[in-house]
Design a binder for this molecule. Structure first.
Ligand SMILES: [Zn+2]
Ligand SMILES: [Zn+2]
Length: 495
């Protein structure tokens, strides 16, 4: 017993020690392929002598492959079982793994994907079959059939490309033999003016092979077929593109505008030419489909950017200084009572509308109304007169009623107003009287006639006659004064 163990230990140490080449200390023995190899040809193995595995890398790969083959032989569903287990633990296993790989090494992942696509690997075809939602089971035979189909399709694409190149080479033949401005349309089989073809920079003569009309027809047919197969075809395609590239719309817009700066304007014009209410109808269709959307979107916008309206109108004014004037004119052209109706609506909603508006304006600017009146007088020196006339035209008793209303509220209001004005200017009453008297205003003349108590009707004509009388009297008085100052001898003019 003791001898046996000693013998075993001896043989072990003998093998271990003999792994190193007797003459070259850099070479080690592989017990599988029975050769000496360099240290780097072995996998690392910390628990073994020299810190390397007993067999070389090549042999261990062979062993692994063989054991895997045996396992698959034993269980044909070996991989799918592992995958099912992983998938059971995490339903997003594939996606997560792909993401992880992409993060760890994007280049390698992309290369691996390309290889799958290039080699038409089982997993790649399987993925396609899964996405196609074919109800046939994904068996080895199904994968092989699909692979053959894809190979055939790829060959046909290559052929088509080659043919296209050939066609490009002989395209100059399209020109009309006598008129170089005419080109052959391959669809309607006619010679047509060159400007009736779309531009195509990939073609030798810079024009498409079919005329505009035929291209449109072809596109329409293709669209109809796609939509017949799948009504959401274009929506899904956009979604896919957006998923691949979050800037898809932005880039598309930039590309379109780079090609034609008026791209969107032209589309708008075309649509509106076909149907002037195109955008209105579209908006209404959308509104009917999504009730409440506009309001919610607007509220969100204002919440994200409280100055939205301010900046918007500032922009509009910068573009067109008459923006508000034009807008107002448009509204009034549509409905002359627009503003009145709007005010009435607001007043019906809120009886204190005017008062609140007044206070709001004053809170914004204490001189709001004063400045407004100054502005209006600068625009029209007869502003007050015009305003009064307008009011009287609407209601001949406007001022009478206003006075009565004020007196009803406060019988002493006139006195108070007078005193208030007097406080501001001690000569208030006198100043007004002097001004009226100097200008011989209607009011002045009217008061004068009333003071005579002659019971004359106060018509405009009579006021004018009395005014002329007063002017004559004043002129005479002035003349007398002048004579008194300049001709000391004379005493009166009369006679
Ligand atoms: Zn080996
Ligand atoms: Zn054509």
């Amino acid at each position: 017993m003791k001898q046996q163990s000693k013998k075993k230990q001896n043989s072990n140490t003998r093998i271990k020690h003999s792994r190193r080449h007797p003459d070259n200390s850099e070479l080690f023995w592989c017990s599988k392929c029975l050769k000496y190899k360099k240290k780097k040809d072995f996998h690392k193995h910390n628990e073994m002598n020299y810190g390397i595995s007993g067999i070389c890398k090549k042999c261990s790969a062979k062993v692994d492959k063989e054991s895997l083959r045996k396992r698959i032989e034993k269980n044909p569903n070996y991989y799918s079982d592992i995958y099912a287990k992983l998938k059971k633990e995490n339903p997003n296993y594939s996606k997560d793994k792909h993401k992880r790989d992409l993060e760890l090494n994007p280049q390698l992942t992309e290369e691996r994907r390309k290889k799958h696509v290039e080699n038409l690997s089982d997993s790649y075809i399987k993925n396609i079959l899964v996405k196609q939602k074919n109800k046939t089971p994904i068996t080895k035979k199904a994968i092989e059939t699909k692979r053959r189909e894809m190979v055939a399709w790829r060959i046909s694409v290559k052929l088509r490309k080659l043919m296209k190149k050939d066609r490009q080479m002989v395209r100059t033949v399209r020109q009309h033999p006598n008129n170089p401005n005419l080109l052959w349309c391959g669809a309607c089989l006619k010679y047509i003016e060159a400007e009736k073809f779309n531009n195509d920079s990939s073609k030798k003569d810079g024009k498409t092979s079919q005329c505009k009309k035929c291209s449109i027809l072809k596109t329409k047919k293709r669209d109809a077929k796609r939509l017949a197969d799948n009504p959401n075809y274009y929506k899904e395609r956009e979604k896919k593109k957006l998923a691949k590239n979050p800037n898809y719309y932005k880039e598309r817009e930039e590309k379109r505008l780079a090609g034609n700066p008026n791209y969107y304007k032209e589309i708008d014009a075309k649509r509106l030419a076909k149907n002037p209410n195109y955008y209105k109808e579209k908006r209404e269709r959308f509104k009917a489909k999504n009730p409440g959307y506009a309001k919610a979107a607007y509220e969100k916008l204002i919440k994200n950017n409280p100055d939205y309206l301010k900046t918007l109108y500032a922009k509009k004014l910068a573009r067109n200084p008459n923006y508000y004037k034009e807008k107002e004119a448009k509204r009034l052209a549509k409905n002359p009572n627009y503003y009145r109706e709007r005010e009435e609506r607001k007043l019906a909603k809120n009886p204190n509308y005017y008062r609140e508006k007044y206070l709001r304006n004053l809170a914004k600017n204490p001189n709001y109304y004063r400045e407004k009146e100054t502005r209006k007088i600068a625009e029209n020196p007869n502003y007050y007169k015009d305003r009064n006339l307008k009011r009287l035209e609407k209601d001949p008793d406007y001022y009478k009623k206003l006075r009565k209303k004020r007196l009803d509220k406060d019988p002493d209001c006139r006195k108070k107003e007078y005193q208030k004005s007097k406080m501001k200017n001690p000569y208030f009453g006198r100043d007004i009287y002097r001004k009226r008297s100097a200008d011989l205003t209607d009011t002045y003349v009217r008061i004068l006639i009333k003071g005579r108590k002659a019971n004359i009707p106060l018509t405009n004509e009579i006021i004018e006659i009395v005014r002329q009388q007063l002017i004559a009297k004043r002129t005479l008085k002035e003349f007398r004064r002048w004579r008194k100052d300049n001709e000391p001898g004379s005493q009166n003019v009369s006679g």
